[in-house]
Every structure is written in C-alpha cells, then in structure tokens.
Design a protein around this ligand. Structure first.
Ligand SMILES: [Mn+2]
Length: 297
C-alpha cells in the first residue's frame, strides 16, 4: 500500500476486534475528525473506542445467518488529520477513500464528526450516487456559525455534488432546512412516521425512490438513534429510532449497489458504560453482513 493517496493513513493504529484481514471485501478506516462539534466534542476518540468494544461482541450475524468472523475486516488504521483545517481534511479523506474505491473495496468509515461524509462522497466519485442518511438532524443549513464546512451543513454540501439524499430518523430541524428539503426533493422520514408505517413499509418507500441510483452509500449518525440506546453522542435528541428498527431498515435496503457506509458523531467521553460504542460495533457488523449477503445472492 504505497500509493500516494494513502500518504496520510497511519496503519499502526489499533484494529477493529484485532482484524487485519487483507482479503476481506470490507476495509475499515478510522477518521477521528472532531473540529466543528457544537455541543459535546469527543468524537476523535470514537474509532478506537468502537474498535475496543468490537473485541467483546459475537461476530455471527443471526439476522443474516453469516459468520462475519470468517469474512473478517481489513482495518487499515486512522487517517492522520490536520488539527483545525476542515477542508484540508476532507481532501485527505477523499484521497484515501478514492484509493480503496479503485480497489473495489467496501469502505466502512468510523468518525469523527458527520462532516467527514462530505470528504467520503467526494472520494467515491460516483455518477448516480444516492445517500441514505440516518440522523436526527437534516444537516441542510447553508452555513452554521458563519461556516460552510460544519457538521450542521454536511448534507447541504453533499446535495451540491448532485447526490440524491434520503434522510431517516429526522426530528431536529430548522425552517430553512425543511424548506430546502422540500424544494430540492430530499425525502425524510421522522421516527413518528416510521413507527406508524413500520420498518418494512419505510424500506419499501426507500427502495422505490432509489431505483434509479447506480450506487448507494449509507451514513449512520448515531444521534438518529434514541439517546436511551445511544447516549454517547455529540448532540443527543429525544424521540429517536430504536436500534432494531434502524437495523431492520438497513437490512431491507442494503443491496449490491452499496459501496460503503460510515458511522459518526459518537462522543465516548459522554458514553455512560460504553453502550454507544458497543451498539456502533454491532451496527457495523450487521450492516456489513447485510451488504455481504446481498452480494452473495
Ligand atoms: Mn445528527
């Protein structure tokens, strides 16, 4: 791995449950960017916190009947980031993602703040890419506190790259964001709607509206989940999804077109008894198993 695009990759970091299996279709990349968090910083500690939590969970997905311990993961380490320059970091992220995309790997990025997703989407360089984002927030502001590259604006930036966006778990929004979503055809599902419709019907609606998509990327902001299950996040919001509903939807929508996913916004210093990191490790495992299953059918 001496490609120049990997210049900022530190391969010597800790590994996801110790996994370093080069033949795995799944590459894990830690992206500990924690610069624009507005409320509870600490997401820079999340990649290693999730790697540690993963040591103590079972790797058999009973949901998909797949032993992810056999398939394994190639944890390639963390991207070394600039301490304050967000745009420089998005360029570094894009270059690492682009390398693994070219090598036909499914990238699993562990943040870090949600802003990293903009760098990942840039690095994927895909035509006809659709993004399904699980998040309490729409992140569709033009700018936040005078800044355009902020975790509260990440979906707005991505929408400017011609990527179709669908948001799931939406409940903390501004009027500006709702208007932008409506004007730009960005569909969103609130936890209340999901409860009324059920995860199967929501998945069916997502599948219908992503029929034209050539590739699909999934982004899991852990604050999409209810703080009762995921307390250790940067900006907790009540009335969220329960983990089973989230995983049911992911399991139903994951298909061969999924090129990668990320899990962001976990703040381990605020994570009572480490349960948010354990849940994040489980979400990584189950999401990877759903993608693997769709590719082996
Ligand atoms: Mn959020």
């Amino acid at each position: 791995m001496n490609d120049s695009r990997l210049f900022y990759l530190n391969e010597h970091s800790r590994k996801f449950a110790g996994f370093n299996k080069e033949s795995s279709p799944f590459v894990i990349i830690g992206i500990p960017m924690d610069i624009t968090s507005s409320y509870r910083p600490g997401s820079r500690f999340a990649p290693n916190s999730i790697r540690d939590a993963a040591q103590y969970i079972e790797f058999y997905s009973i949901r998909n009947d797949i032993d992810m311990g056999e398939i394994g993961f190639n944890d390639v380490g963390d991207i070394v980031l600039h301490p304050s320059n967000v745009e420089e970091n998005l360029t570094r992220i894009a270059s690492v993602i682009n390398y693994f995309q070219d090598n036909k790997k499914i990238t699993i990025s562990i943040g870090g703040e949600h802003t990293i997703t903009a760098g990942i989407i840039k690095g994927l360089r895909k035509e006809g890419l659709c993004l399904i984002s699980f998040d309490a927030h729409l992140d569709l502001r033009e700018e936040y506190m005078g800044y355009k590259y902020d975790h509260a604006c990440v979906m707005r930036r991505i929408s400017e790259y011609n990527v179709k966006i669908i948001e799931v778990g939406t409940r903390a929004v501004s009027k500006e964001e709702i208007e932008y979503a409506r004007q730009n055809g960005i569909a969103y599902f609130t936890p209340h709607q999901i409860r009324l419709l059920g995860s199967k019907e929501v998945a069916r609606k997502i599948i219908t509206s992503t029929q034209e998509c050539k590739s699909i990327y999934l982004s899991v902001d852990m604050d999409g989940i209810d703080p009762a299950y995921a307390p250790g996040v940067a900006t907790p919001e009540p009335e969220g999804l329960d983990p089973t509903t989230l995983l049911e939807i992911i399991n139903l929508i994951a298909d061969k077109r999924v090129v990668g996913f990320d899990i962001v916004e976990i703040s381990p210093p605020y994570d009572s008894s480490g349960i948010t990191s354990v849940l994040a490790a489980r979400i990584i495992l189950e999401t990877a198993s759903a993608i693997y299953k769709s590719r082996s059918l």
